[in-house]
Write a protein that binds this ligand. Structure first.
Ligand code: ATP
Length: 334
């Protein structure tokens, strides 16, 4: 069976396709990553050769999929999209590899979830553009070699640490996406408000940006909520006052933390006396998956210095105590 049409998959995972940049030059922020990928893309185009394999890592919503969709569009080549979680056996990957046109891009999201057998099947495909297929079973089994058309693999992962070294080393370009500055997020709010035809005051845009955990996906969600609030509770214009009221109503605080972030902090504080507490125990108490905490909740809280990771688990810092309106204990936490 041929792989699903990329367009369908993208639409189903995209909150608002109009807001996703179409070309790399429309992307805001991530300048040094952008510049390095740009050099590689330009060189590949000038030489008429396929672009080297690219690995992107970083917390969710920072633009890994956006890069992976912009790059082939800039190159003028086809894109196929697969998810590491859905590729259970080499045969699931086979149609993607054999369908790949010369120079086209195969994007594998959540590449750290690939089972070992699929990963090993991929090595010769990535390195020499060939695969070894086993036909028949038992004593009659034989391996045939099949050549592929040279293609570019783009892998995305929330944690590079989960990738095996042999897989990681097969990517010529490895880039880490960082959280965005408030300045960059403000630019995204203003750009996207214009696309949504929603009038937004500059001060309101800055407010929304500052409450978005350094993450474009969050900025887009907050903007959409504030816009709804402006339509239903005001005259449609997003003033600073409207933005503040809307954000307060949705439970977003001054640092941009939402209810999930605060329950995580409160659990460490109240249930585990400030920590250290293991991530599994915290996840259990919150009735959520440990991966959700490590991948989605913790990166921003760690960056903001509200919690620290120690060898014995997570600990709330003085800043964390203060953010929750509590007095830190005598001995410095963290
Ligand atoms: P996940 O790992 O959860 O798939 P991701 O890192 O792939 O997340 P994207 O889907 O690329 O994140 O980004 C989420 C949304 O944020 C996009 O739909 C897009 O609208 C916006 N976005 C991401 N990066 C940028 C950028 N550099 N400039 C403008 N908008 C961006």
């Amino acid at each position: 069976t041929p792989p699903p049409a990329p367009a369908n998959m993208l639409e189903s995972r995209e909150e608002d396709p109009a807001l996703r940049p179409k070309h790399m030059k429309e992307m805001i922020g991530q300048r040094s990553v952008y510049e390095r990928i740009r050099v590689a893309v330009d060189a590949a185009m000038m030489r008429g050769e396929p672009l080297g394999h690219i690995l992107l890592d970083g917390p969710p919503g920072l633009g890994k999929t956006t890069f992976a969709t912009c790059i082939p569009r800039d190159l003028g080549v086809e894109l196929q999209i697969a998810s590491g979680a859905a590729l259970a056996a080499p045969k699931d990957l086979l149609p993607y590899l054999t369908n790949a046109q010369e120079g086209s891009v195969l994007f594998i999201d959540e590449i750290h979830r690939l089972p070992k057998a699929v990963e090993e099947f991929m090595y010769p495909a990535m390195e020499d553009f060939r695969i070894d297929i086993t036909l028949g079973e038992g004593v009659n089994a034989r391996t045939v070699n099949m050549n592929l058309r040279p293609f570019t693999m783009i892998g995305a992962t929330t944690r590079t640490g989960l990738l095996s070294a042999p897989l990681r080393d097969r990517f010529q370009i490895r880039e880490h996406l960082e959280f965005y500055t408030d300045e960059e997020l403000t630019t995204i709010v203003l750009r996207n408000a214009a696309i949504l035809k929603c009038p937004v005051e500059e001060a309101a845009a800055r407010k929304i940006a500052g409450c978005s955990r350094g993450t474009p996906r969050v900025v887009n969600n907050r903007l959409r909520w504030v816009r709804d609030f402006a339509t239903s509770r005001a005259d449609g214009e997003v003033t600073l006052e409207v933005a503040e009221k809307a954000l307060a109503m949705s439970g977003v605080d001054s640092l941009g933390l939402d209810r999930q972030d605060r329950s995580y902090l409160e659990t460490i504080l109240r249930v585990f006396n400030g920590g250290p507490a293991g991530v599994d125990a915290i996840a259990h108490t919150l009735n959520t998956a440990p991966d959700t905490l490590t991948d989605e909740v913790e990166p921003f809280l760690l960056r903001e210095g509200l919690v620290v990771r120690t060898s014995r688990g997570r600990k709330i810092t003085n800043r964390g105590y203060e953010h929750l309106g509590e007095t830190p204990p005598e001995a410095p936490a963290g």
